[in-house]
Design a protein around this ligand. Sequence first.
Ligand SMILES: [Mg+2]
Length: 290
Amino acid sequence: MSRIRPFKAAEAWGRAGPEPGSDCARLASAPRRAGPASGARRAVILVVCDLDGTLAPIVSRPDRARVPARTIRLLERAAHAPGIQVAVVSARPLREMRRLLPVRRVLLVGQYGLEGTPAPPAARRERFRKRCRRLVLRLRRAADAVPGAQVEAKGLTAAVHDRAVAPRRRPALRRFLRRIEAGAARREGFVAIPGRRVVDFVPRGFDKGRVVKRLRAALRPAVVFYFGDSAGDDSAFAALNERDFPVRIGRGATRARYRVATPMGVTRFLETVARSRSNASSHKEVASCR
Ligand SMILES: [Mg+2]
């Protein structure tokens, strides 16, 4: 597992890098390298955030999750800063993401890359939809045997939540799900991706790591920040290289090299990005990291 170091985004985001001086220098010069001389606006710093547990605090029921108004404002400000592209990738359907994140200029990627930018062709998604419907029937039969287990049919993927399941019943649910993973899900071409108090069933080949790789290929950023709070984000952390910043929110084993304690750490990071890229103090602020 990679080493974990504290990351105090509120103070200086560049400082978290393994080689603080060089990272700060690269970040400071990134917008200039993409500047008006090229005649085109292109992203040089890509900031990718997971949604639940990263931008929206975890609540007892997923349908009650909200992104704080301040976070939404900062996301939009960061997305408007020159040289910055912001994307949010989630297990949620795109329509829910749009409701939770009424923001412009932020790329929204739903259901592990099956919706939004970039998404597979419609004919392929239709095949996944049919398979997912069959899988949901199987998951509902298993969930019926465990009080509190909740199956969420999302169209292209399905989730089983255990937040309302008594702790002593959770091992039984996990056994059911493992059986389905090895049987019905496998036959339909789906794999299980664990999250926080949830297991998602997703068509094989789709995960957040793939999303990050595709965004990188399309936008060609100099550096990528990825913020995520669960095992479902590990594929994205693994897709980053040594110049990038994989940041885990909260406790738990992870492949990320950096960590913030709560979603507040992400908000502070966005604030720093928005501020440092939108006024003349950016040079001074970043220079102080060296
Ligand atoms: Mg999450």
